[in-house]
Design a protein around this ligand. Structure first.
Ligand code: ADP
Ligand code: MG
Length: 259
């Protein structure tokens, strides 16, 4: 049943293994509507795998994912392997959870407008006219209306990432996942991508952001989570994290290394 303070996303005991390696180890996380959660942690700690699991790009071995009060079922096949039980439901959920990757993943053979229209057209089966209207709105939102007819190869990295954000937004997601959205960018291009993410935050978008940009985490996060070896080691407000209040040697040494 839906209640006012029900989390938008609730993860319980999420575990993902690759062979003998446990990449994500029993993670619990509730994200409330409008909340901005920033996940930090060393390379290889399972941050990407966790985000990919939330968006069903990875099949988890254990745990439950609940979105807007609906639990996503995993069932065991006769071979003992777990798999998602309702592909249609997953498809629908995927369109409600937008994801932006480090390496933009734009379609090179499509114009900017074509890239942003693609989801509404092919996944949501909107009419070309409706898809075009949504795409134009989203390009305006990220400040790239003037680039609609060019191909991705002619754009800067920052512009490509803003197109990738517009493309995700075109599906009208309720939750946005960002996996190191500025890691592939030259330093002078990071600001424009963060400005775009910041404006989404102001509109009340719920977001989970993996980033090494601590200034951004400090400014934007409602909650910062430190992940290490597949687990959440600590969480708190940005104030907790960045004012040397965290009595945790490993967090301090991580922060000292990247700041
Ligand atoms: P992070 O994003 O925090 O750097 P990842 O989630 O990418 O960490 O990776 C967590 C661990 O899982 C790493 O040890 C990585 O090598 C491993 N891993 C990630 N994806 C795969 C895969 N497809 N196959 C095997 N191992 C993987
Ligand atoms: Mg990663």
């Amino acid at each position: 049943m839906k209640t006012a303070n029900q989390p938008l996303l609730s993860l319980k005991g999420i575990t993902k293994r690759f062979g003998a390696l446990t990449a994500v180890n029993g993670v619990d996380l509730d994200v409330c509507p409008g909340e901005i959660v920033v996940i930090i942690g060393p390379s290889g700690s399972g941050k990407s795998t966790l985000l990919r699991s939330v968006n069903f790009l990875e099949e988890i071995e254990e745990g439950t994912i609940t979105f807007e009060g609906n639990e996503i079922g995993y069932v065991k096949s006769k071979h003992g392997r777990r798999h998602l039980d309702a592909p249609a439901k997953i498809c629908e959920l995927r369109s409600e959870i937008g994801m932006v990757f480090q390496h933009f993943n734009l379609f090179p053979h499509m114009t900017v407008l074509g890239n942003v229209m693609e989801g509404p057209l092919t996944v949501q089966k909107k009419s070309p006219q409706a898809a075009r209207e949504i795409a134009l709105d989203m390009l305006a939102k990220v400040g790239l209306s003037d680039k609609r007819d060019v191909y991705p190869a002619t754009l800067s990295g920052g512009q490509k990432q803003r197109v990738a954000i517009a493309r995700a937004l075109a599906m009208r997601p309720k939750l946005m996942l960002f996996d190191e959205p500025t890691s592939a960018l030259d330093p002078e291009l990071i600001g424009e991508v963060f400005d775009t993410i910041r404006s989404l935050g102001k509109e009340g978008m719920t977001m989970i952001i993996v980033t090494h940009q601590m200034g951004f985490a400090k400014e934007m996060a409602d909650r910062v989570i430190f992940m290490e070896k597949g687990s959440f080691v600590a969480q708190g407000t940005p104030e907790d994290f960045f004012s040397n209040q965290m009595e945790h040697e490993r967090i301090q040494s991580f922060l000292n290394r990247i700041m």
